[in-house]
Design a protein around this ligand. Structure first.
Ligand SMILES: Cc1cc2nc3c(=O)[nH]c(=O)nc-3n(C[C@H](O)[C@H](O)[C@H](O)COP(=O)(O)OP(=O)(O)OC[C@H]3O[C@@H](n4cnc5c(N)ncnc54)[C@H](O)[C@@H]3O)c2cc1C
Ligand code: SF4
Ligand code: SF4
Length: 1011
């Protein structure tokens, strides 16, 4: 939906400094012309604008509108239209900036969706030319086979675009070896605000227009040379202001290898305020053939800080800090704990990760030994964990990269705030600087966690502040005291994340009034109408202007009685101890739901395409709306009344959640644990309370209720598969895609077969020596009863007494289908019945084993948030997927059936909920019990079927695109392999998309049982 809304309909926080306030007719005219004259997507509705009103900073400014160009031509046209209408422009990539660079009352131009190609390369010469929306990791994936990479390895490499990286003069962990963006950019083609195209590069090769610009800047640089030399921070990590020092570089690392001048470096770090980047020419580096890592353990934080200056003399490619708090936070995350533990010796106060890389492994090992000797000389013998192998190194780097995000998972209104987190000081002063700043934090009743780039004196630290209460005043006081320290130690105030809104006012403080005026002259020369990203670098607002805060004082949400229990999020925290209050005491008018939504800090980590599940719909559409962040923002705006009245159950939220397949990928992969699948259930329940349920929803939700009767007349129920006209009618009436084969009804359901299996009764099971309860869900019981009977065979072969729950006259159900249709009340009554049936077993510690991940894991997830009390927790504790149970029993020596060797390869696709609960390893473990089996995981996100999602006509195309991202190609690439998939929907999707039968792990095991 892209309807031009009156801007007054939204909470308008436009200021002259940060953009322009357009009247509704002006905004409508802008939208009309963009639609008429370009091929791009024009998003002017309030929800879309709201999704682009924030980045990873504390700020929020409603843009005038959003434009997503399809081509360079679209951008050029948009710039022309904007200029004619005098509308400011704000270029944007991944929107992962931490200082508010990408927020403004302007027309946002998002290049990340379509402008993301490599447009030229010369690998011999070592350069590549890219469009600005290309993501760093994607570029490096292309370069890897050639032994090359682009080495500015920012932590956000999976979402940062090259255009955004250049905009911020981004810096990676290995900047000590490779430098920042400015050291690695060879040329930039751009549009100026007047619509002209410029090509910035080495001074010697400039055209006439560019030469004139260079002359102008050189004139300024000469005029202020003495001022530059005296005021300019000498640190490599200085990214504030414009790079007026290109003619006389002040960085400790020269901008170019041969000392020449490159005009493109003027645009690097200019935050979209001078020009809109069209293409970037980048300098590539060879991928080092080997890397070794030494983890130095320190008894005190100060000792770590004092050592950094000595360690860098050994020539490392990275020296990264992880402090005690971060160590503990990482250890609290089960996914990270083994990795971090392997790096520790005792309980260090801090560790430094010291990496050496190059082509000569023997030389690197010598450097590692030199590190061990140096650390011993510093009084710390035996305090280095040596990691010569790549796998543990990579795992540890991943933990370090996740550092900031781990920290952000603190619940409550106080959050670690980024505003002084990348001040850079010379290494000789690092210990004194960090000591003094820690005292500043203490004085203001807060604390900070230290981590990151010790090699270059840029340590990240964020004090915990509550921006809704006294955060602004504390931020100002801390910033002033921090700046004094930076001055005392002759450092750079802005050393990595740019100026944006929170550091703009410090530019004059850092460089002095004359250089600030020189920056203004550069801006006026290149952008006289001040149309490019207003309020950044030149004329910035005050950092603590609360009218620009995302959570301003007085921030309120609607009152809501949630259907699910969100009380664990409804807490406040103590900034000094980080301890949280009791669940339910946080004062959230929405019962904790709003605070759960607010856990999204906009870091953009969900914009990823690498390992993990999050976020399948974004992977297909690349729309901000269909991203976990976009959804959380839409919910936040709705809950805080910024999308109008009753917006929470309205269409804007429904549209944002429509393609969420409830895969729970974000529950696991989002660093702050945003659980959009559960949030969608809350939304669906609340919407249904207001609007009721559709016929299609009723039909799908009530399937467990009518399955027994329907399976008696399979000939009738299967008509849509046999008579195309019926399928077409189903599509028209119910919205179920005629292109889909519906599940096939059959008479031999598990309920009918069960009496012949001679399973144990309830009492026999309670008294048995080796009991287990099999929870047969509706889907396996009705459509694939062989999965359940095979599970029984496997369990019995290992001597278990098996009782089947949920199969006979009164079928049991986890309520999943009802939840998905918003029928939380019915789901609750189903859950009660299920608990009643399972409790006697669970109380005795008898495992309840399930086959369908989405059903069984409902017992461990949603049912705990339905207000069912301790009973739900008791049952959850004993509920296991078949493979989890068998792997556990095998480890304990209780499951060792006789199995014949495997004769075929095995490829395993994980159901999203299995992955979200870390339950994939047990599948592999159990399959490996089969002699000679070598099961391999398919690296896949969601299969795209996701319950009823893929059956719906309006989702069919997206569903198939999700499957084609990786799952179906991987299945096709292994024509002889057994495909293992535990999810009913996954098996269906594989059959529909690849024409292959996938098997539940129960069937694979049963097939290998020796008679
Ligand atoms: C958790 C976390 C970790 C981070 N770690 C690092 C780190 O290790 N190192 C680091 O340097 N930064 C880091 N950052 C900050 C940020 O991720 C990087 O600066 C990143 O390079 C920004 O890329 P982006 O695509 O998100 O740019 P955006 O945020 O979209 O834009 C950045 C700036 O570039 C401008 N811009 C974007 N596209 C263009 C264009 N086509 N033409 C002109 N200007 C343009 C924008 O207007 C804006 O001013 C981190 C941020 C987070 C949230
Ligand atoms: S949803 Fe999670 S990963 Fe995505 S931006 Fe929000 S906090 Fe980051
Ligand atoms: S549940 Fe899955 S589809 Fe929905 S937002 Fe999270 S990762 Fe994306």
């Amino acid at each position: 939906m892209s309807v031009a809304l009156p801007l007054s309909a939204s909470r308008s926080r436009t200021t002259a400094a940060t953009g322009r306030k357009l009247s509704s007719p002006e905004a409508a005219e802008l939208a009309r012309r963009l639609r008429q004259e370009t091929q791009g997507e024009v998003l002017f509705d309030t929800a879309s604008r709201g999704r682009y009103a924030t980045d990873a900073s504390i700020y929020q400014i409603m843009p005038i509108g959003v434009f997503v160009p399809h081509s360079e031509q679209d951008v050029a046209l948009a710039i022309d239209i904007a200029r004619e209408l005098q509308v400011p422009l704000l270029p944007r990539g991944g929107g992962s900036s931490q200082c508010g660079q990408t927020t403004g009352a302007a027309l946002v131009i998002d290049t990340s969706k379509h402008l993301r190609s490599i447009v030229g390369m010369d690998l011999e010469a070592g350069w590549v030319e890219v469009e600005p929306g290309m993501v760093l990791d994607h570029l490096n994936a292309e370069l890897k086979p050639h032994g090359l990479w682009y080495p500015v390895d920012v932590s956000t490499s999976a979402q940062a675009t090259l255009g955004g990286m250049a905009g911020n003069n981004a810096c990676g962990s290995r900047s000590i070896a490779y430098g920042n963006m400015v050291h690695n950019v060879l040329g930039i083609d751009a549009w100026l605000a007047d619509g002209s195209s410029v090509s910035f590069g080495p001074l010697a090769g400039l055209g006439a227009k560019e030469r004139a610009i260079a002359d102008f800047v050189q004139g300024l640089a000469e005029r202020w040379r003495a001022e530059i030399e005296s005021r300019w921070p000498k640190a490599m990590r200085r990214v504030g202001g414009y790079n007026l020092d290109i003619f006389h570089p002040q960085s400790e690392r020269p901008y170019t290898g041969d000392g020449s001048v490159n005009l493109a470096h003027l645009l690097v770090g200019s935050e979209g305020t001078l020009a809109m980047t069209r293409r970037l020419r980048l300098k590539l580096s060879p991928v080092p053939r080997a890397k070794v890592l030494g983890v130095v353990n320190f008894p005190t934080f100060r000792a770590a800080m004092e050592s950094a200056q000595h360690i860098v003399t050994l020539g490392p490619t990275a020296v990264e800090l992880v402090d005690r708090t971060m160590i503990e936070l990482s250890r609290a995350n089960p996914a990270f704990r083994p990795t971090i533990d392997a790096a520790l010796i005792g309980r260090p106060a801090a560790i430094l990760l010291v990496e050496f890389s190059g082509d000569d492994r023997a030389a690197l090992l010598r450097q590692l030994r030199a590190l061990v000797a140096l650390v011993a000389d510093l009084g710390l013998p035996g305090q280095v964990v040596q990691m010569p192998d790549e796998a543990p190194q990579k795992a540890l780097w991943d933990v370090r990269k996740a550092g900031l995000n781990i920290m952000m998972s603190l619940k409550g209104d106080g959050k670690p705030v980024s505003f002084i987190e990348d001040c850079a000081v010379p290494l000789a002063h690092l210990a004194d600087y960090t000591d003094a700043l820690t005292q500043v934090f203490e004085k203001h009743g807060t604390r900070g966690t230290w981590y990151a780039h010790a090699s270059v004196g840029t340590l990240h630290v964020r004090p915990i502040l509550d921006m809704r209460r006294d955060g602004a005043a504390k931020m100002r006081a801390i910033a002033e005291e921090a700046s004094e320290l930076v001055r005392r130690y002759r450092g750079a105030y802005s050393g990595e994340h740019g100026d944006g809104l929170c550091r703009g006012e410090w530019i004059e403080w850092q460089f002095g009034p004359r250089l600030a005026d020189a920056f203004r002259e550069i801006k006026e020369h290149l952008d006289p109408a001040k149309l490019m990203n207003p309020g950044k670098i030149i004329d910035p607002p005050k950092m603590d202007d609360t009218s620009l805060f995302r959570f301003a004082p007085g921030y309120k949400t609607i009152t809501l009685t949630p259907v699910f229990d969100w009380s664990p999020w409804n807490v406040q925290n103590d900034p000094a101890t980080e301890r949280t209050t009791a669940p339910g005491t946080g004062g959230d008018a929405a019962g904790g739901f709003a605070k759960a939504v607010e856990m999204c800090n906009n870091n953009g980590h969900c914009r990823k395409f690498d390992a993990g599940t999050m976020c399948p719909s974004y992977r297909v559409t690349r729309d901000e709306q269909h991203l976990t962040r976009g959804r959380a923002n839409t919910l936040r705006l709705a809950l805080s009344g910024q999308l109008g009245e009753d917006a929470f159950t309205g269409d804007a939220v429904a549209e944002a959640l429509d393609l969420c397949v409830s895969c729970k990928g974000c529950k696991r992969d989002c660093p702050t644990g945003v659980d959009m699948a559960k949030m969608k259930l809350e939304f669906l329940a609340q919407r249904r309370l207001r609007r009721g349920a559709s016929l299609k929803d009723q039909l799908i939700a009530r399937l467990p209720d009518y399955a027994r009767f329907a399976s008696r007349v399979p000939w009738l129920m299967n008509l849509p598969q046999q008579v195309p006209a019926v399928a077409r009618l189903m599509e028209r009436w119910l919205g179920l895609s005629a292109q889909r084969r519906l599940p096939t009804w059959r008479r031999d359901t598990f309920a009918r077969i069960e009496p012949s299996l001679g399973l144990a009764s309830r009492d026999e099971t309670l008294d048995a020596a080796k009991p287990v309860v099999l929870f047969v869900d509706t889907f396996n019981g009705t459509f694939e009863s062989e999965n359940a009977t095979d599970a029984v065979r496997v369990l019995r072969a290992a001597g278990y007494t098996v009782h089947a729950a949920g199969s006979t006259r009164s079928p049991l159900c986890c309520g999943r289908t009802h939840l998905a249709a918003g029928m939380a009340d019915i789901a609750k009554s189903k859950a009660h019945a299920l608990l009643d049936a399972l409790l006697p077993f669970a109380r005795r510690g008898i495992a309840i084993v399930g086959l369908e991940p989405s059903c069984l894991l409902t017992l461990r997830d949603e049912m705990l948030a339905m207000g069912l009390g301790e009973d739900a927790a008791i049952v959850a504790r004993e509920s296991l997927l078949l493979e989890e149970f068998l792997a556990r029993e095998a480890r304990a020596g209780r499951f060792a059936p006789a199995l014949r060797p495997a004769t075929r390869a095995m490829r395993v696709h994980g159901h999203c909920h299995q992955k979200a609960f870390g339950a994939m390893q047990p599948v592999l473990d159990v399959l490996r019990l089969i002699p000679e089996a070598k099961p391999e995981l398919i690296e896949s996100s969601c299969c795209g079927m996701a319950g009823s999602f893929g059956y719906e006509a309006r989702h069919h195309a997206v569903s198939m695109q999700m499957a084609e991202l990786s799952l179906l190609p991987a299945v096709r690439a292994a024509p002889d392999a057994i495909i293992v998939a535990d999810g009913t929907s996954c098996r269906h999707q594989i059959a529909d998309g690849a024409g292959r039968e996938a098997l539940h792990v129960a069937r694979v095991l049963a097939d290998h049982l020796l008679p």
